[in-house]
Design a protein around this ligand. Structure first.
Ligand SMILES: *Cc1c(COP(=O)(O)O)cnc(C)c1O
Length: 394
């Protein structure tokens, strides 16, 4: 699709390819393999013709037209020239790490990334001789001091979940470039509608399509994006060989979700900001974490990097676990579930769920207190969300 279209146009149009039937909506290709005209064509496609930039389909572990439409649409939204779809967000992080790292390498990772990402580096990659140093997402000096001659990868999420800490992507990209490491940014919480890390110098972008790209809590999916070149070829090579592939059905569901991505992200952000402003004034709330609030310590940086503050709002209630659980258990509308990025608002107690597996000391150091509650704001009316939270907050 020609360059120059706005993001809302790309969301509904980019990447669409049509079969000989000229279907209007994207077709779902449920097939594990594809036919060849003859033996010569089969040989050609098997030996490299079907690469990331190759033409022709072979086998759905690594090439499928519906998955290709998803990849092309997301690439257009992120401003990337290459995209590899994966089975989930975690398999996108796995594929990237397997592509870029080898035994003896070192990773510097924000200490405020998704819990399974921490587990992946600490419990799995450590067994294969890759060491990881965790640093504050906001202190560039810590990243700089953690660098070693064998550092190959810098990994972050911005804003972080659940505390909304914002990393300076451009500054960390400059640091990565100087040290010969790749900067990888997990952009699941913002999506390209709110933030495009490649424009700030990131080398690769990760997505959990399970979250806002689908947007309706239906399927798992993921993606890795970047410029065409050796890094993306290596990610594709890992996927082709190891097979954590996105199913065509899931790709099709997510394609449908991406059509409404921009309007959902903007509407959910708008509701989140209004809810954050209301919580900030509530007498039983001691602190609100939302990058869109003027009171957020990195509000200016957030507004330089992001179009809005996003749809996640966290807050601390007076008291501790009992009071936080009371607020959660008093809701009737909001869903008590760990997922986020859904049109249905969800509520969680991070200290005993998403961050329940880490030690109390590490949890306290990370700022995950017993009184902390995370709300992933959906599309319900803000008045109804306020009323639902009011019961327990009173
Ligand atoms: C959910 C999530 C992931 C993992 O994605 P899955 O699709 O569940 O594997 C990774 N990063 C972030 C920021 C997430 O929110």
């Amino acid at each position: 699709m020609a360059k120059g279209f706005e993001i809302s146009t790309l969301g509904v149009r980019a990447g669409t390819t049509r079969s000989q039937f000229n279907e209007h909506s994207e077709a779902l290709y449920l097939t594990s393999s594809f036919l060849f005209e003859n033996a010569a064509q089969a040989a050609e496609r098997f030996t490299g013709g079907a690469g990331l930039s190759g033409t022709g389909f072979v086998y759905s572990r690594f090439t499928n037209p519906t998955v290709a439409m998803f990849q092309d649409r997301l690439a257009a939204l992120e401003g990337a020239s290459a995209c590899v779809a994966t089975a989930s967000g975690m398999s996108a992080i796995l594929a990237t790490s397997m592509a870029l790292l080898k035994a003896g390498d070192h990773v510097v990772c924000s200490n405020a990334v998704f819990g399974s990402t921490v587990q992946l580096y600490v419990t799995i990659f450590a067994r294969f001789g890759v060491e990881t140093t965790f640093v504050s997402p906001t202190d560039i000096g810590e990243w700089q001091r953690a660098l070693r001659p064998n550092t190959r990868l810098l990994f972050l999420e911005s804003p972080s979940n659940p505390l909304g800490e914002v990393s300076d992507i451009a500054a960390l990209a400059a640091l990565a470039k100087k040290s010969g490491a790749a900067l990888v940014v997990d952009n699941a919480l913002c999506t390209p509608v709110l933030q495009r890390p490649l424009e700030f110098g990131a080398d690769l972008v990760i997505h959990s399509a399970t979250k806002y790209l689908d947007g309706q809590g239906r399927v798992l999916g993921g993606a890795v994006l970047g410029a065409k070149g050796p890094a993306m070829d290596a990610v594709f090579g890992f996927l082709r060989t190891a097979g954590p592939s996105l199913s065509p059905f899931n790709a099709w569901v997510i394609l449908k979700g991406m059509e409404t991505l921009e309007i959902r992200m903007l509407a959910q952000s708008e509701r989140a900001l209004e809810l954050a402003r209301w919580l900030e004034k509530h007498p039983n709330v001691t602190r609100v974490y939302y990058p869109g609030l003027e009171s957020h310590p990195q509000h200016a940086l957030a507004m330089r990097q992001q179009r809005t503050g996003g749809a996640l709002v966290s807050f601390e209630v007076k008291g501790g676990r009992a009071e936080a659980w009371k607020v959660i258990d008093s809701t009737e509308l909001i869903s008590i579930t760990g997922n986020l990025g859904d049109v249905r608002t969800t509520i969680t107690h991070p200290a005993t769920t998403t961050h329940g597996r880490i030690s109390p000391e590490a949890r306290a150091a990370a700022g995950i207190t017993e009184g902390l509650i995370r709300v992933a704001v959906g599309l319900e009316a803000v008045a109804d969300l306020k009323a639902d939270l009011s019961a327990g907050l009173a």
